[in-house]
Design a protein around this ligand. Structure first.
Ligand code: G6P
Length: 613
């Protein structure tokens, strides 16, 4: 949610910032801007995508070798030219880009106005720039760095901030509370970013800032300290992401690339962890806490969006394979209840980005109450992955498309492996069951590959017939109920068609009233143990002339006969079925969105990483 980039070195800063913003655009794309120090501050910003900023810069090039940039997902003030970042102080000497929310900005702004300051924008960020300038210019003997510290003490809320001042033309100041920031160390040049994607092509050496920390960055040096001025020695991490992983590789969209990457991403997720020869599951990241997890009274899973859906699949998996009670919570709800969680419970948070504000807050709350905290994250080095007691990375590779696809399947694979590991350690799964499950799990990548090879064309055809449907209903049972939710979410997110997912039997308690000859109903009928019940539900839809599109196992003539369209996929164990059934749903939403001319990778109003509450 909003992207920050910064550069200091000898190269043309505006080109580096522009390229960096392009790579960060999946985090927010309402408006974009950059500012460079070159004598005074030179800036260019405006509503619209980074591409538009690029055009503006072509007409009005900015020269300089130090600067900061921002791509915005609006929180305060509509996306327009004035509200876009960077925001300058009244004198035009200080520029700020900011992720997060300054919660007390109204009162700070009021006080600043009373003291004579005038504001240009409706943003909370401009308040930071103005406050900073006021402190710096009115407090005797205070350095600019001290002024930043004093300003931060007055700010309530969250921030990832990058600041430049013409008085200190060789440096960028950054500070973090709640919104991620990292520092890339190059050769006589330094990079700043809200995630690693703009940095990978220049350096693989990074430092992650933690909450309450700031850094002063020049081209050949950096100083990291707490915002209370205590110097810190930070670990330098090595990035493992390659440049290929963050480019489209010939696909028209990141989303399509990521859908087609799933045979590999699922295999990567299982690599070295699933051994079908001896039935073992080896999860190094939770090995030390496995006994504690096995003995946990219950597992509470907290997450948002697609990650919440994978959590729901996890509930079925843990209960079936490990006989562990599980509750799945929206992280945003969990954190503001008075959750009954504590010692003896385990909280499992799931987050692709590892930065989602509500998920992080849920984690901190459960930790404070004494629960064991575990994480399933995709982004290595992310805040959630660093704050949990233990966890498992999904290793799906960078996911750039805003609508999550390969991260979902990888999260589900991790949940499967965790449930099997707990079931085994607990003694509820026997060795021959472990052999059977691991063998089947190991076949999933090739089954996904088979599906992608065989259904792309039929799904494309079906999508053409439903491009302008105003509504869609998705039905599933058991393990595939969360997949119905996920299918509906994918369609909503990228095509803006209203879609709902429902447990198939629950349809009778309301949504059935919507069914007529105009209503496409996607039925996920690929789990054996619910097959008969599902067929009854399909009959109910058919009796009301709903247009049935079914996802079914290879040969299921009962389902096939009842469906207007069917998509056949290979069968697997029921509990692994979501990994296969979700693939046609991802493609269906993708092709419908493309047919409708929607911006698939950057759907309106959404952002990839939601770092505000
Ligand atoms: C946003 C994204 C979704 C994602 C959700 C949770 O809404 O658009 O794709 O599922 O955040 O993100 P996380 O990074 O915590 O999985």
């Amino acid at each position: 949610m909003c992207g920050i980039v910064g550069y200091v070195g000898d190269r043309d800063a505006s080109q580096i910032l522009l390229k960096g913003l392009k790579r960060l655009e999946y985090r927010g794309y309402d408006s974009a801007g950059i500012v460079l120090i070159n004598g005074g501050l030179k800036y260019c910003k405006g509503k619209g995508k980074v591409e538009k900023l690029g055009k503006m810069l072509k007409q009005n090039a900015l020269a300089g070798t130090i600067g900061i940039g921002h791509t915005r997902w609006a929180t305060h003030g509509e996306p327009n030219d004035v509200n876009s970042h960077p925001h300058l102080s009244e004198s035009g000497k200080i520029a700020v880009v900011h992720n997060g929310i300054i919660e007390n900005y109204t009162s700070l702004k009021k006080q600043l106005i009373e003291r004579g300051r005038t504001f240009q924008s409706q943003t909370d960020t401009e308040v930071a720039a103005q406050l900073l300038e006021e402190i710096y210019t009115t407090s005797k003997g205070v350095t600019f760095e001290e002024a930043i510290r004093l300003a931060l003490k007055q700010i309530v809320g969250t921030y990832g901030l990058a600041i430049v001042h013409t008085d200190r033309p060789d440096r960028i100041f950054i500070a973090r509370k709640g919104s991620p920031l990292l520092l890339g160390i190059g050769d006589d040049e330094m990079f700043i970013a809200s995630d690693a994607s703009p940095i990978v092509e220049y350096t693989n050496k990074v430092i992650y800032l933690d909450d309450g920390e700031m850094a002063i960055v020049t081209k050949d040096n950096y100083e990291v300290k707490t915002i209370d001025d205590v110097a810190l020695t930070k670990e330098v991490h090595e990035l493992a992401i390659s440049l290929d992983a963050i480019e489209k590789a010939g696909y028209p969209h990141f989303m399509l690339k990521e859908i087609f990457e799933q045979p590999r991403s699922i295999a990567d997720c299982m690599r070295g962890r699933v051994n079908p020869d001896n039935g073992a599951i080896q999860l190094g990241g939770i090995e030390d806490v496995l006994d504690e997890l096995v003995n946990a009274r219950r597992i509470v899973i907290a997450a948002c969006g697609t990650s919440w859906h994978s959590g729901l699949v996890g509930e079925y998996l843990f209960e079936y394979l490990a006989k562990t009670p599980v509750e799945v919570e929206y992280a945003s709800e969990f954190r503001y209840r008075d959750p009954l969680i504590g010692k003896g419970d385990a909280l499992l948070v799931i987050s692709q980005s590892g930065e989602t504000a509500d998920t992080l807050a849920a984690l901190r709350e459960a930790k404070r109450r004494g629960a064991l905290t575990l994480g399933i994250c995709n982004v290595v080095g992310s805040t959630i992955s660093r704050e949990t007691d233990a966890g498992v990375f999904t290793h799906a590779g960078p996911e750039i498309g805003v609508a999550s696809t390969k991260a979902f399947t990888a999260q589900v694979v991790v949940l499967m492996m965790m449930a099997l590991a707990v079931g085994k350690r607990k003694g509820v799964l026997r060795q021959e069951q472990m052999l059977m499950y691991t063998k089947e799990l190991a076949k999933i990548p090739s089954k996904v590959e088979y599906i992608l090879e065989h259904i792309d064309e039929p799904v494309r055809k079906i999508s053409g017939l439903f491009t302008y449907a105003p509504n869609f209903l998705y039905l599933g049972r058991s393990y595939n109920f969360p997949v119905a939710l996920e299918g509906a979410l994918k369609l909503k997110e990228i095509s803006y068609i209203h879609a709902e997912g429902y447990p198939a039997a629950e349809m009778k308690h309301g949504p059935i009233a919507l069914i007529d000859e105009m209503m496409p109903v996607v039925v996920i009928a690929a789990t054996d143990h619910t097959n008969d019940k599902m067929i009854s539900n399909i009959e109910e839809v058919k009796a009301r002339k709903g247009r049935i599109i079914s996802i079914m196992n290879d040969e299921n003539s009962d389902v096939e006969d009842l469906s207007e369209f069917h998509i056949s996929i290979p069968s697997t164990k029921d509990c692994f079925s979501p990994l296969l059934t979700v693939i046609p749903l991802q493609l269906l939403s993708y092709y419908i969105a493309v047919n409708r001319g929607c911006n698939v990778d950057q759907p309106r109003n959404l952002a990839k990483s939601v770092t505000v509450e």
